[in-house]
Design a protein around this ligand. Structure first.
Ligand SMILES: [Zn+2]
Length: 82
């Protein structure tokens, strides 16, 4: 991960030996989410000044807002049947 970028989002997943990052520098949560495979083992983390951190409350709300719009989301029915 380059330290030139002061802020970005990354898609992550876990394997037996640790956490892996997608290696991209996504500008938005939605973009990082498109990088995910919906197998339940994926999540988004923020990179700020070279340090990885969990999404804060506001970012998590954005995650939930974008979730039904993802082409892989099983919750798209929420938008369709509201
Ligand atoms: Zn990515």
């Amino acid at each position: 991960m380059s330290t030139n970028v002061t802020f970005c989002y990354v898609a992550c997943w876990t394997e037996d030996d640790g956490i892996y990052y997608c290696g991209h520098q996504h500008e938005s949560i939605a973009e990082a989410m498109l990088c995910q495979a919906p197998d339940g083992g994926n999540f988004i983390r923020a990179y700020e000044a070279g340090v990885s951190r969990s999404l804060d409350d506001e970012e998590f709300l954005e995650f939930l807002r974008v979730l039904p719009m993802m082409p892989w989301s099983s919750s798209r029915w929420i938008l369709t049947y509201q």
